[in-house]
Design a protein around this ligand. Structure first.
Ligand SMILES: Nc1ncnc2c1ncn2[C@@H]1O[C@H](COP(=O)(O)OP(=O)(O)OP(=O)(O)O)[C@@H](O)[C@H]1O
Ligand SMILES: [Mg+2]
Length: 264
């Protein structure tokens, strides 16, 4: 399988992007996949959630400014099979500094080229900040697909047309002719509430089979694990959150695998 680059994005804050990046990466790694996480959110929550400190000079900031290459930025995480290019606060400056450069949307995809061409990873997951600013746009330009987490709450569908329109624009303007909405993940699902059920069925009727079958339940273990710098499967392997992300990883692998019989 060639490397699949997925941007985990939704301009809405707190919908479970980072939780999905950390735990999907760890479960893909546990399933024998080779994974690189790229944290481009200056909040650096994926970085700390995978057990790394925030350290100046470790992020993609200088790479996006074309002051250094991506070589040497990849670090090991606590999760087997998962490596990371961390983030730190400096990256916040990129929103302004990178926007001044020519071809600034292509910065990340250019920087990633040697890594993607090398084919050493099965998956690259990019954790985006909660905006459609320069950093998220760079991620969407670099990605094969958008993985869109949607929180099961009242205003879940509000604003979604904005990001789906951006994906459409990137494709039609040929800034990224390949990009597609690779999948939608329902997060913080609470089977006991009517609201969660309603939101889930509304999203399914809107997006059809692009919505993953697996829904991530609201589970306190998922919110505790990051403060221990661990993905949930290393913190409480049998909780409902662990089970759900393992299941999601299986679906993600199946959906991204080449069709049977396709020549290598
Ligand atoms: N399934 C879940 N069950 C319980 N808590 C969750 C779940 N998913 C996420 N959370 C918690 O909700 C909060 C927001 O989640 P997360 O940080 O993953 O969202 P985000 O979309 O990355 O946020 P931001 O937009 O700020 O980057 C966090 O405190 C996280 O621990
Ligand atoms: Mg986040």
């Amino acid at each position: 399988m060639s490397t699949r680059v997925l941007a985990i994005a939704n301009q809405k804050g707190g919908v479970g992007k980072t939780t999905t990046v950390i735990n999907l990466a760890a479960c893909l790694g546990a399933a024998g996949q080779s994974v690189l996480v790229i944290d481009i959110d200056p909040q650096a929550n994926a970085t700390s959630g995978l057990g790394l400190p925030r350290q100046q000079g470790t992020s993609l900031y200088q790479v996006l400014l074309r002051e250094r290459s991506i070589q040497g930025l990849v670090q090991e995480t606590v999760a087997p099979g998962v490596q990371i290019i961390p983030s730190e606060l400096d990256l916040a400056g990129a929103e302004i500094d990178v926007a001044r450069m020519d071809g600034y949307l292509q910065g990340l995809s250019m920087a990633m080229l040697p890594i993607v061409r090398n084919g050493g990873y099965d998956f690259i997951l990019i954790d985006c900040p909660p905006s459609l600013g320069v950093l998220t746009m760079n991620a969407l330009t670099a990605a094969h697909g958008l993985l869109l987490p949607i929180q099961c709450e009242y205003y879940a569908l509000e604003g979604l047309s904005v990001i789906t329109h951006v994906v459409e624009q990137l494709r039609t303007t040929r800034a990224n002719p390949e990009i597609e909405i690779q999948g939608i993940v329902m997060t913080m699902f609470d089977a006991r509430t009517r609201l969660s059920q309603d939101v889930a069925s509304e999203v399914r009727s809107h997006f059809g089979d692009r919505v993953y079958q697996t829904m991530i339940p609201r589970n306190v273990r998922l919110s505790e694990a990051p403060s221990f710098g661990k993905p949930v499967i290393m913190y409480d392997p049998y909780c409902t959150g662990s089970e759900a992300y393992r299941q999601l990883a299986k679906e993600v692998i199946a959906r991204n695998r080449r069709p049977l019989g396709d020549a290598q």
